[in-house]
Ligand binder design. Sequence first.
Ligand SMILES: Nc1nc2c(c(=O)[nH]1)N[C@H]1C(S)=C(S)[C@@H](COP(=O)(O)OP(=O)(O)OC[C@H]3O[C@@H](n4cnc5c(=O)[nH]c(N)nc54)[C@H](O)[C@@H]3O)O[C@H]1N2
Ligand SMILES: Nc1nc2c(c(=O)[nH]1)N[C@H]1C(S)=C(S)[C@@H](COP(=O)(O)OP(=O)(O)OC[C@H]3O[C@@H](n4cnc5c(=O)[nH]c(N)nc54)[C@H](O)[C@@H]3O)O[C@H]1N2
Ligand SMILES: [Mo]
Length: 676
Amino acid sequence: MTEKRFVRAACPHDCPDTCAIRVTVEDGVAVRVQGDPDHPPTHGALCTKVARYPERTYHPERLLHPLRRVGPKGAGHMERVGWDEALDEIASRLGRIAARDPAAILPYSYAGTMGLVQGDSMSARFFHRLGASLLDRTICASAGAAALDATYGDRVGMHVERYVDSRVILIWGSNSIASNLHFWSFAQQAKRAGAKLICIDPRRTETADRCHQHVALLPGTDGALALGLIREIDTRGWIDRDYVEAHTDGWPALRAVASAWTPERTAAVCGIGAEEVRGLAQDYATLRPAAIRLNYGMQRTHGGGSAVRLIAALPCLIGAWRDPAGGMLLSASGFAPTDSQRLRRPDLIPGPTPRTVNMSTIGDALLADASPAFGPRIDALVVYNSNPVAVAPESPKVVRGFAREDLFTVVLEHFQTDTADYADFVLPATTQLEHFDVHKSYGHAYVLVNEPAIAPLGEARPNTAVFRALASRCGFTDACFRDDDVTIGSQAFGDAIDFERLRRDGWIRLPIADAPFAAGGFATANGRAQFAPPSLGPADHVPPYESALSAPALARRYPLAMISPPARHFLNSTFVNVRSLRSIEGEPLLEMHPLDAGARVLEDGQLVRAYNDRGEYRCRLRVSDRARPGVVVGLGVWWRKFGVAGTNANELTHQRLTDIGRAPTFYDCLVEVAAA
Ligand SMILES: Nc1nc2c(c(=O)[nH]1)N[C@H]1C(S)=C(S)[C@@H](COP(=O)(O)OP(=O)(O)OC[C@H]3O[C@@H](n4cnc5c(=O)[nH]c(N)nc54)[C@H](O)[C@@H]3O)O[C@H]1N2
Ligand SMILES: Nc1nc2c(c(=O)[nH]1)N[C@H]1C(S)=C(S)[C@@H](COP(=O)(O)OP(=O)(O)OC[C@H]3O[C@@H](n4cnc5c(=O)[nH]c(N)nc54)[C@H](O)[C@@H]3O)O[C@H]1N2
Ligand SMILES: [Mo]
């Protein structure tokens, strides 16, 4: 007889939806994952990717044993070693480097799992205690986060379930069907009830197809559009004076900046029509409740932070926050009562705070020599929950850095990724079905638990187990290094959450008001939204580093703006190696508008090279009006080794940072395209 069990889990991926999952386990094998029907944001549905989680977990290429490099860096030739041998050697190599200067060691991690336990808990304790360099985790969201912090005092926003009652929804810089599916089903319900859906995106995405209107602005011009809307709303008398007066600071300064942004000027900068600006302002200001679903796609250009600040002002200016179905959502992660000090223990750092290295400029950092400004050269890199060789900008430099023979690299992974190919040691990690974790979300106001459903496959170990073992080999005796994973999970939210109830029920809704800012009460020092905080002043449009208007000489050589947003069936570079999902995405493509293709005498399906001064990327051309004229689109993030010439779109991106938040500017990138 088969023994059948159901286990409560949480989706670990870097996605606003953070679904509650039920795993069916038969005789110790996870046979099925399903969305929890009782968890309101998940409402019983999983995306196509995560519905394949068992396929990914039992993938024949899962890493099941520790490996040591035997060939040249990058070739991925590895031999099997035992855990003790691997850990002994890693601890002794790190120990020797730390004896010289611990800041020469750099952890590199991001959100391969969003779990608070396997994400960065024991790992952070270990690197803090060692005195390693700190990592500035900026690769995704820090420009928008800095903007929300400046305006609202924290990462806070609407409840996703409330969009069902909105009458107008601006889906702004978001391909929700691909990247935020559970929001999309609420937006669909609103649409059926008569709401108007407007998509603001340079690409005609599958989401744009299903909205009433698509505003195809040029990349990096969202700040200008927001200013144009603010001016129009103001001149038409649609400002909610009472709300602005009672709950915001800085309107006169913002108003002065916006006064220069006539619909005509806005339209010229955004590459759209002045009537579109006027119509958008009218719909947004006069249909109630008015909601914005902003996503991070629009903050990956030079002015990304300012643009988010300007857009975040809009729901205040029209008083949209008065209604539970009005306001804005970019990230709600600030609602969760996470005790990161207790999880990560920065107090363990011996001596003065070590230098901080920005993960978004890892290419330059790995190539930098020791200097008073930079500090010591990076001699060791420990990578977990991330695949920087594929996802970090300007890969020609990232690859040169990772290829350094004098760099000691350890990678904790599920698969032999592009990054693992450069590792001296690869350590097999457990997946979400095999370890314990707790989660908060950046797209809804619930916390979740993930109970292990199956035993670890092969010799795989949770990240926590690896860092616990390294701490012990390094002689770290602090009590926190003995915490097991469930104990760490219980520390994550402290007393704010009933941990036993969380484990019993699987998820708990945080006690956040339905219309959290109906009467102000933002998370700023004085409770008012800040349009011109003293440290920043009022926001203005910050043009892209690379665009026809802002860099005309460069644009004569490289006239096409390239964006590389997420592919629907991958999650960043995760799932690219899952055959059933890769076969849906096909192969790396570059979309180009028929006018641009015609001008270059290029045809659909031919091999092309996209290039600029940083590099060259070969892939197949898709001639399609999903791309607007002047913009090419390479959906990603593909593993380099699946590319025609072993590269992906990041071969062309650069390492310059956003105006605030020190974030990368992946979608601020000029290229030219020719036949290969
Ligand atoms: N299926 C899937 N889901 C994902 C991910 C994935 O890779 N695949 N990634 C996850 C991650 S890490 C994140 S951070 C989140 C959010 O990730 P985001 O990057 O926000 O993802 P999307 O919503 O797919 O894409 C953003 C949209 O912004 C558009 N865009 C690009 N440049 C601009 C611009 O300058 N202005 C405007 N208005 N739009 C622009 C793109 O064409 C794209 O359609 O999604 C998560 N969910
Ligand atoms: N050109 C371009 N580049 C981009 C983007 C873009 O839109 N365009 N998007 C950017 C964004 S938004 C982001 S967030 C970054 C994402 O970049 P990353 O954070 O690097 O995300 P992934 O590519 O998904 O890689 C995560 C890795 O973690 C591994 N992993 C998952 N769970 C565990 C675990 O429990 N333990 C260990 N040890 N490993 C685990 C997975 O196998 C996977 O290989 O990429 C950025 N890069
Ligand atoms: Mo991201």
